[in-house]
Design a protein around this ligand. Structure first.
Ligand code: UDP
Length: 424
C-alpha cells in the first residue's frame, strides 16, 4: 500500500477536454495527453479529477472514465465552443466554479497540474487562494509560436506575461523535450524549476497490426506507396508543405503513390477553412486522383492507418512535442518531420526517419522519396522507430515519472523512503 492511495489531484485543461473525440475543433495532443496521463496516474493510486470547460448544454457535467479518474466540466461563459484565443476573460468564472465544486464535494486539491497557458493562470490563482502546489505543462509556447505565424493575436502580450509568471512561480514546469526546455530558458525566463518528462503513447495499441493486414483492412494494395499525414488542420501544421512536396516531379510517374490526409472537422470551423485551402492546392497541383482526405480518424482505426503507411509526414512549422510522430514510430512506420522542437527529440535522422527544414518543399520531397524507394530501408527505419518509442515514450513510463514528481512535491521526506514506487 502506498501513501498516494486516493490522494486527490486536479489536472486542469480549460480548452482541451480529455473526454471528447480527438481530431476536430482544436482537439489534439493536449486532450490525448491529459486523458492518458490521468488514466495512467489513476492506475497508480491517485484520485484524478480532470477539469475542463463545458461547451454545450448536452455535455455531461461529469464523465467517469475509471473508478479513480473522471472529467469534470465547469461552466465559464456561455455553453458554446469558444476559440482558445478568446477564452482568457472567462477564466475568473472557471476559478469560481472550481472552488464551488471543491466546497460542494468537500475536496481541496493539494496539487494541480495545469495544461497550456490558460490553465496555468487558473493554477496560479488556486496557488494564491489555497496554496495548491502547481505543476505545469505548456504544450505550446507563445514566445516560439509567435515567431512562426504572420498575424499575432490580440491576446499575445497577456499570454507571454502569464507564461513568464508561471515559469517563475510554479513548483515545477514539465518540458516535454530538451528543445522545449531550451526555448523556455532562452525565450521566457532563466528562473524557475524545469524537469523534462516527455509525452508518451500507447505502445500496445500502436503497433498491434502489421502492414499487410492493415492494408487489407483499409482496401490498400501491397504495391501502394502510402504517404500519410494525420492531425489538426491548422496552418502551423504545414500540410501545404507536404502536398506541394508530393506534387513535385519525381512523384509524377509513380502510379502506386497514395497520399492520405487524416483529421479535420466540419466546414465553417477554423480547421474547415484550412482544409478547404489545402484541398484547393491539391486540386491546383493536379494530385487529387491519388490524394484522399479521410476526415477525423478515431483512435481505434488510427493504428491501421499508421501501420499501412510507408512513411508518416509531420511537416509542422513549430511542434512542442508532436504525438503523431511517436504514434507512427510505435507502429513501425518511419517519420519524415520538420527539423523543429520536439520532433528533433523524437525522430533520429537516418535511424527512425528523416528531418527536413520546415516549409522546405524540396527537402521534404527528397526525404519522402528516399524512404518510399527502398522497402528494406523503410523496414529498418521502422524497426528503429519502434525501439526508440518502447524505450523512451510509453505512457506508463511517463506516468511513473509524473507520479514520482507529485510525490516529491507533496511528501518531500516520504519520497526518499519509497524508491521502489518510482520504477515502472
Ligand atoms: N488525432 C486523432 N484523430 C485525428 C487527428 C488527430 O486521433 O483525426 C490525434 C493524434 O492521434 C494525436 C493527436 O490527435 O494523438 C495530435 O497530437 P499532436 O501532438 O501530434 O498535435 P497537436 O494537435 O497537439 O498540435
Amino acid at each position: 500500500m502506498n501513501s498516494r492511495t486516493e490522494q486527490p489531484i486536479a489536472l486542469i485543461s480549460v480548452h482541451g477536454d480529455p473526454a471528447i473525440e480527438i481530431g476536430k475543433e482544436e482537439a489534439g495532443g493536449q486532450n490525448v495527453y491529459v486523458r492518458q496521463v490521468g488514466e495512467a496516474l489513476a492506475q497508480r493510486g491517485w484520485q484524478v479529477d480532470m477539469f475542463t470547460r463545458k461547451v454545450s448544454a448536452e455535455q455531461d457535467t461529469i464523465v467517469q472514465h475509471s473508478p479513480n479518474c473522471r472529467t469534470i466540466r465547469l461552466q465559464a461563459g456561455s455553453l458554446d465552443f469558444v476559440p482558445r484565443d478568446n477564452l482568457f476573460g472567462y477564466l475568473p468564472e472557471f476559478v469560481e466554479n472550481f472552488l464551488a465544486f471543491q466546497t460542494e464535494n468537500s475536496i481541496t486539491y493539494p496539487l494541480v497540474h495545469t495544461n497550456y497557458w490558460l490553465s496555468s493562470w487558473v493554477g496560479m490563482q488556486l496557488k494564491k487562494i489555497q496554496g495548491s502546489k502547481q505543476v505545469h505543462t505548456y504544450h505550446s509556447l507563445g514566445a516560439v509560436k509567435y515567431n512562426t505565424i504572420n498575424s499575432i493575436p490580440l491576446i499575445a502580450s497577456t499570454r507571454l506575461a502569464v507564461e513568464k509568471e508561471v515559469l517563475e512561480t510554479a513548483e515545477r514546469i514539465v518540458a516535454t523535450s530538451p528543445q522545449e526546455k531550451e526555448h523556455m530558458r532562452s525565450l521566457v525566463s532563466t528562473k524557475g524549476n524545469v524537469d523534462i518528462i516527455p509525452c508518451g503513447t500507447d505502445i500496445k495499441q500502436f503497433g498491434c497490426i502489421d502492414r499487410q493486414a492493415a492494408r487489407v483492412q483499409l482496401g490498400l494494395d501491397t504495391e501502394d506507396k502510402v504517404v500519410f499525414y494525420v492531425g489538426r488542420f491548422d496552418p502551423r501544421k504545414g500540410i501545404e508543405t507536404l502536398v506541394r512536396a508530393v506534387g513535385q516531379s519525381q512523384f509524377r510517374g509513380n502510379k502506386n503513390l497514395k497520399l492520405i490526409i487524416g483529421g479535420g472537422s466540419r466546414p465553417g470551423h477554423s480547421d474547415g477553412i484550412e482544409r478547404e485551402r489545402i484541398e484547393k492546392i491539391v486540386a491546383e497541383l493536379g494530385i487529387s486522383d491519388f490524394t484522399t482526405f479521410t476526415g477525423r480518424l478515431s483512435q481505434e482505426i488510427l493504428p491501421s492507418y499508421y501501420a499501412a503507411a510507408d512513411v508518416c509526414v509531420v511537416p509542422s512549422h513549430y511542434e512542442p512535442f508532436g504525438l503523431v510522430a511517436i504514434e507512427a514510430m510505435a507502429s513501425y512506420t518511419p517519420v519524415v518531420a520538420s527539423d523543429v522542437g520536439g520532433l528533433q527529440f523524437t525522430v533520429v535522422p537516418e535511424e527512425t526517419g528523416l528531418l527536413a527544414p520546415p516549409q522546405d518543399v524540396d527537402a521534404f520531397a527528397i526525404a519522402i522519396d528516399r524512404i518510399i524507394s527502398s522497402q528494406q530501408w523503410r523496414d529498418q527505419l521502422g524497426q528503429g522507430a519502434r525501439t526508440r518509442v518502447e524505450t523512451k515514450f510509453s505512457w506508463d513510463g511517463v506516468a511513473s515519472q509524473l507520479s514520482e514528481l507529485y510525490t516529491q512535491l507533496l511528501h518531500p521526506k516520504v519520497e526518499e523512503k519509497e524508491p521502489a514506487l518510482m520504477s515502472s
